[in-house]
Design a protein around this ligand. Structure first.
Ligand SMILES: [Zn+2]
Ligand SMILES: [Zn+2]
Length: 234
């Protein structure tokens, strides 16, 4: 399965990633990707740039870099209170898309029922297109209820290649999520979560698990162009 877009990538603006947007765009071009999403961590992440980094991205970044279509996004932290996310709603309307994720220690750990409820609250926001690395074993949840809600709110579930490196304890959750997403016909997206340009477009392990679970390729958003266009307009 050859993907044409990678929508989860980080730049220096995340505070713990090592490449510039130009380096990432060049790497995307070399890997044969047509679309690159830039999704730096929201400001609640230690070391991440403040909100004005994202407003500048919206203002100044051109549609194409190195011949690659750039989608301007963010990986939001789900705070769950007031504010609910770590970027303002006003700004979020101006980005092309948003991934919403739970990260330790920013999102407080809860029971499986409460974590599922928090994900479902997250899905109620239109600008959230993708739920990031929900396989994370730090946040145990009720998988079937989560997937049913993704179906209801038309959210995309991420199958994150970096989970095979940094979240190995959640890999069984990833398989359970895929089984449930197959049952309910919920779309997924395979993303690299690259923190350095060499990892842009690297989704080999995520693709392998999708094949092993016999998940329908047509429900992989960055493989199915019609589905991608329906969500992202490009
Ligand atoms: Zn993340
Ligand atoms: Zn990330």
């Amino acid at each position: 399965m050859k993907i044409f877009a990678d929508l989860h990538t980080h730049t220096l603006a995340s505070g713990h990633a090592f490449s510039t947007l130009k380096e990432n765009a060049l790497a995307a071009k070399e890997k044969g990707l047509e679309i690159l999403g830039v999704s730096d961590h929201g400001p609640a992440m230690s070391g991440a740039f403040p909100e004005n980094n994202f407003s500048a991205l919206a203002f100044f970044c051109p549609e194409y870099l190195e011949g690659v279509r750039i989608l301007k996004g963010a990986e939001l932290n789900i705070l769950g209170g007031d504010p609910f996310f770590d970027l303002s709603f006003e700004l979020l309307q101006r980005l092309d898309y948003v991934i919403a994720s739970m990260h330790k220690p920013i999102t407080s750990q809860k029971t499986a029922r409460e974590t599922t409820d928090l994900y479902i609250e997250t899905m109620k926001y239109d600008f959230v297109k993708i739920i990031g690395h929900a396989d994370n074993a730090d946040y145990v949840m009720e998988i079937e209820r989560f997937v049913e809600a993704c179906k209801h709110y038309q959210k995309i579930i991420e199958i994150n290649n970096s989970s095979f490196v940094v979240r190995k304890s959640g890999l069984e959750n990833m398989r359970s999520i895929l089984k449930s997403a197959k049952k309910y016909q919920v779309p997924v997206i395979v993303n690299s979560d690259a923190h350095i340009y060499t990892d842009i477009g690297k989704v080999d392990l995520a693709v392998k698990v999708i094949a092993e679970e016999k998940f329908p390729e047509d429900l992989v958003v960055n493989y199915n162009r019609d589905l991608f266009k329906a969500y992202f307009g490009v």
